[in-house]
Every structure is written in structure tokens, then in C-alpha cells.
Design a protein around this ligand. Structure first.
Ligand SMILES: Cc1cc2nc3c(=O)[nH]c(=O)nc-3n(C[C@H](O)[C@H](O)[C@H](O)COP(=O)(O)O)c2cc1C
Length: 197
């Protein structure tokens, strides 16, 4: 059975750059035989967080929220793709993830990908995202996947732009980030099957 990964895109802005990073992540994971759910908050059109999923009466749960719950429950791993907004991660991410508590996430792994149009690749946002994901019950892998100057690094379909200055660095980080994520996901999947504390 393939490892299932939800890739969560953290921007809903018109003309957002983040779709490039999310599609890059999707391609890399699929090349390693993972099954990917690309979670795009624009397509889902789920309102800002107002109540936990398990507190909402079943009849009042929107199909989009029910589908998201099913995808998160099925997932062995998560990659959260965040822009850096004012030196922290996007509120789109916490609005979406706060709906769920905690069984969808516990004893599972997350990787953090961040991006900016500037040179630092969103690492300040990435660092702040780690404790938040930890509180959800996710173990985060040490490696971060930053995309600096994303508009000159990736195309809209997630492919790397020809001759991009950061291409070699991105390839080097990717060679460890994705295998590490899938290693933890497989290890935890095996352990979960044997029981959880
Ligand atoms: C509200 C807001 C805050 C931002 N803050 C930062 C920041 O702290 N550091 C940075 O490098 N870029 C910052 N930027 C620029 C973003 O890196 C750039 O706009 C990027 O494209 C945002 O991702 P998105 O297009 O997918 O929404 C900010 C942009 C916005 C809209």
C-alpha cells in the first residue's frame, strides 16, 4: 500500500505563488510512489475556522469538510506549504487544520515547506510552524524545504525553471527531504498498525 500524503497549500491569494511549491512537492512525492492529496483551500471553499469538526452535528457538516476529514484520516504524512506573511506562517493553514483534533494527525509525520518571493525562502515562517504542528500531534522531520525567490525558481506547474539560480540547492535538499519524510511515514504506519499508546 502506497504511503498517502496530504500536501496543504497555505495561500488563497489571487495570483498566489504557492501553487508552484505545492505542485513541486506533489511531483516529487508521486515520483517516489506516494499517493498525494493536494489540499487547495481555494477549491475547498471551507469557511474560516468556527467550530471543531467533531463538534459540528453530522447533518451540518459540508461535503467539502467531510471529504477533507476523510483525506486527512487516510493520510500517513503531511507536507504543509506555507508562505511567509509578516515573518510567520499563513493563517490559512491554522484555519484549516484547527477544524480537526487530533486523531487525524496523531502518530503521523509532517514536513514543512516554505517560500517567499524574497531571498530567505520563508524559513522564519517554517520555524514557527513546527511547534504548532507538534501540538496537533505531528512529528516534524528536521529538514525544511525552502523555496527562495520562488517566482524565478519554479513554473506554475511545479517544474523547475531552466537555468534557475536556486535549482541545484533545491535538488540537494529534495534528495533528503522527501526520502526522510517517507521513511518516517512508513515507520510510523508500521508502528500504528501494532498499536498506539
Ligand atoms: C501579508 C503579506 C506579508 C508578507 N510578509 C513577508 C515576509 O515577512 N517576508 C517575506 O520574505 N515576504 C513576505 N511577503 C511576500 C511574500 O513572500 C510573497 O508575496 C509571496 O508571493 C506570498 O505567497 P502567495 O503569493 O502564495 O500568497 C508578504 C506578503 C504578504 C501578502
Amino acid at each position: 500500500m502506497a504511503i498517502v500524503v496530504s500536501v496543504i497549500l497555505g495561500s488563497v491569494r489571487p495570483g498566489r505563488q504557492g501553487i508552484r511549491a505545492a505542485k513541486y512537492v506533489q511531483k516529487q512525492l508521486e515520483a517516489l510512489d506516494a499517493k498525494v492529496h493536494l489540499i487547495d483551500p481555494v477549491a475547498l471553499d471551507i469557511p474560516l475556522f468556527g467550530q471543531r469538526f467533531d463538534y459540528i452535528p453530522e447533518a451540518d457538516r459540508s461535503p467539502a469538510l467531510v471529504d477533507l476529514h476523510a483525506k486527512f484520516t487516510e493520510s500517513d504524512a503531511f507536507v504543509v506549504v506555507t508562505p511567509e506573511y509578516n515573518h510567520t506562517y499563513s493563517p490559512v493553514i491554522s484555519s484549516l487544520l484547527n477544524y480537526f483534533y487530533h486523531n487525524e494527525f496523531y502518530y503521523k509525520v509532517a514536513g514543512i515547506a516554505s517560500y517567499t518571493m524574497g531571498p530567505y525562502g520563508g524559513v522564519r515562517a517554517a520555524i514557527q510552524l513546527r511547534p504548532y504542528l507538534g501540538e496537533l500531534g505531528l512529528v516534524t522531520i528536521p529538514k525544511i524545504l525552502p523555496f527562495p525567490v520562488i517566482q524565478a525558481l519554479l513554473n506554475e506547474d511545479g517544474s523547475v525553471q531552466a537555468g534557475a539560480a536556486g535549482a541545484d540547492g533545491l535538488a540537494a535538499v529534495s534528495r533528503t527531504f522527501f526520502p526522510e519524510l517517507l521513511w518516517y511515514a512508513q515507520a510510523q504506519k508500521t508502528a500504528r498498525a501494532a498499536g498506539t499508546p
